[in-house]
Design a protein around this ligand. Structure first.
Ligand code: NAD
Ligand code: UD1
Length: 336
């Protein structure tokens, strides 16, 4: 399987995955409507790898245009990143989230069926573990959600698993990402949130740049070692490499398989803040505020299945994640 369609390939995780695919000599076609990314990301993928990339500015909601991409290219497998991803926004705009994430996936599946492509790696999320499971999360735990974004992931996993039952030649992996952070070490591609970031590391990066005054630590009274929330942060380059391992897996393994991509190690908000201070060489101001609604105390992966099925494990530590985030941030103070 050498010809890969990457939906959402101009985005944060997609662009890093494209770099790793090109480095391993895959041919890639990127489909992205640029709703949350810029075409410049495609140029930067080319600069980093020195390779050519075919790009279609296409919206998955447009079935005709999506099918055309399959018509014009021989595709062996799809990595499906495209979707909306902001939890808070999904609560404000549930219809847009269900329509784009689930509707976009429907069209993609229809086009795949028409062109007889039956291998897909889907971007799921640790958010499907909901609030009732106990860490470390294992893939056999029941899934649930607390917001429309999370429900789109739960529902798409269900849809994909139903397809694998009804058409046993399909080979589907749902990768449940934990908390992807960091950036490519070139500093050319990274995370580029619009407006004030919601997620921890992009927020800290803006504080380090001097664009935001201080980090608000959302609660220090959790049952965790220092009282602040614990998450399984994973370097986006490690995550990207996990997709290459998953592509190899789908080649010979029909069915539906969810797999965690995390490090298995939790870091607290204050640990991440201190690692970032080390990376940027200055003290960063913070104040403790009440807990953020919907947050859980801790989330981290059981990583054994990824090791067993994909022969993949994360290698980069929180220091490297913060160094690469900072390197990207100072090289792109106004974003990409
Ligand atoms: P991103 O927003 O940077 O990338 C998503 C890309 O999809 C964007 O380039 C956007 O323009 C494109 N897109 C959105 N809707 C589209 C449509 N209808 N047609 C074509 N293109 C469309 O997000 P990301 O952080 O790279 O996340 C990629 C995937 O991983 C998403 O599905 C997200 O839900 C999932 N995920 C992300 C995280 C995270 O923390 N970043 C965690 C778990 C899961
Ligand atoms: C959030 C989403 C999750 C999604 C993930 C993708 C919520 C409730 N969860 O996960 O569904 O899959 O992003 O990126 O939105 N924190 C602060 N101050 C901040 C920001 C965050 O203290 O300004 C803390 C949070 O309370 C949490 C940790 O930092 O303990 C990580 O937060 P964040 O980066 O937003 O990720 P999650 O909440 O794990």
């Amino acid at each position: 399987m050498k010809n890969i369609l990457v939906t959402g390939g101009a985005g944060f995780i997609g662009s890093h995955t494209c770099v790793e695919l090109l480095n391993e000599n895959y041919n890639i076609v990127i489909l992205d409507n640029l709703s949350n990314s810029k075409e410049g990301a495609i140029e930067r993928i080319k600069t980093i790898t020195g390779k050519e990339v075919k790009f279609y500015k296409v919206d998955l909601m447009n079935l005709f245009e999506t099918e055309k991409v399959f018509e014009e290219n021989q595709i062996d497998a799809v990595i499906h990143f495209a979707g909306f991803k902001a939890v808070g926004e999904s609560v404000q705009k549930p219809l847009e989230y269900y329509e784009n994430n689930i509707g976009g996936t429907f069209n993609l599946i229809k086009a795949m069926k028409k062109y007889n492509v039956k291998n897909i790696v889907f971007s799921s999320s640790a958010t499907v573990y909901g609030v009732n499971n106990k860490v470390p999360y294992t893939e056999d735990m029941p899934t649930s959600a607390t917001n429309p974004y999370g429900y789109t992931k739960v529902m798409i996993e269900q849809i994909l698993s139903d397809i694998a039952v009804s058409e046993p030649e399909w080979s589907i992996v749902a990768l449940r990402y934990f908390n992807p952070i960091g950036a490519h070490e070139s500093g050319l591609i990274g995370e580029n949130p619009n407006g004030i970031p919601n997620n921890l590391v992009p927020y800290i990066a803006q504080v380090a740049l001097g664009k935001l005054d201080a980090l608000r630590v959302f609660g220090d009274d959790y049952a965790t070692p220092d009282g602040t929330g614990v998450r399984d942060y994973i370097h986006v380059t490690d995550l990207a490499k996990g997709h290459l391992a998953a592509l190899k897996y789908v080649e010979g393994n029909p069915g539906f398989q969810p797999i965690n991509l995390g490090t298995g190690k939790g870091s607290s908000v204050l640990e991440v803040l201190h690692a970032y201070e080390k990376a940027c060489g200055k003290e960063l101001p913070y104040n403790v505020t009440p807990r953020r609604a919907g947050d859980i105390a801790e989330s981290y992966a059981q990583t054994g299945l990824a090791k067993k099925l994909l022969n993949w494990e994360a290698k980069l530590d929180i220091e490297k994640m913060c160094q690469d985030s900072w390197n990207f941030t100072i090289k792109n103070p106004e974003g990409m």
